[in-house]
Design a protein around this ligand. Structure first.
Ligand SMILES: [Zn+2]
Length: 162
């Protein structure tokens, strides 16, 4: 295992589109291990491969919940609710900042796991935010592109209207 360096906000690689993983070999498994180690070291709950400098469509997530460690290879959102939610997001590539972002309340993601099996996972609330945030990274999108410029009162009101 090895810690990898996290790429920060102005690094141009964060704006590039990651490429599909074609074969899950030992090298990919090593990268996944390193991603988890790097994520835990930096107290994150999700990390996309591009954040450690490789343009591969791999995301790791661990929200310390019943799902435990999740490895999502070539993930795609295949369904999302019309209902939206607003939550605070931060990003290991943008340390010390956060902002309100609107995301679907529920999303279903299809992905390949580390054993090469196709899986589907439906998540709501903050986990749906996490999935959307990490999958955006694979297309070069940062949460700061979507931050709402609203006061706390306005956000409270919007979330209560739903
Ligand atoms: Zn991020």
């Amino acid at each position: 295992m090895a810690l990898r360096q996290i790429r920060l906000k102005n690094d141009p690689i964060l704006r590039k589109k990651s490429r599909e993983v074609e074969k899950i070999d030992d090298r990919i498994k090593q990268i996944v291990e390193d991603m988890f180690e790097t994520m835990y070291e930096n107290k994150g709950i999700g990390l996309a491969c591009v954040q450690v400098g490789m343009l591969k469509r791999i995301v790791v997530i661990d929200m310390q919940d019943e799902d435990g460690q999740m490895v999502l290879i070539n993930p795609k959102i295949i369904q999302k609710s019309d209902e939206k939610q607003i939550n605070v997001e931060g990003c290991l590539s943008i340390p010390g900042e956060n902002g309100y972002v609107e995301r679907p309340k529920t999303v279903t993601v299809e992905y390949t796991d580390l054993n090469g099996n196709i899986q589907q996972k439906t998540a709501s609330d903050y986990k749906a935010h996490c999935f959307c945030h990490e999958l955006d990274h694979l297309d070069g999108v940062l949460y700061t592109d979507k931050v709402l410029n609203l006061s706390e009162e306005e956000i409270e009101r919007l979330n209560n209207e739903k």
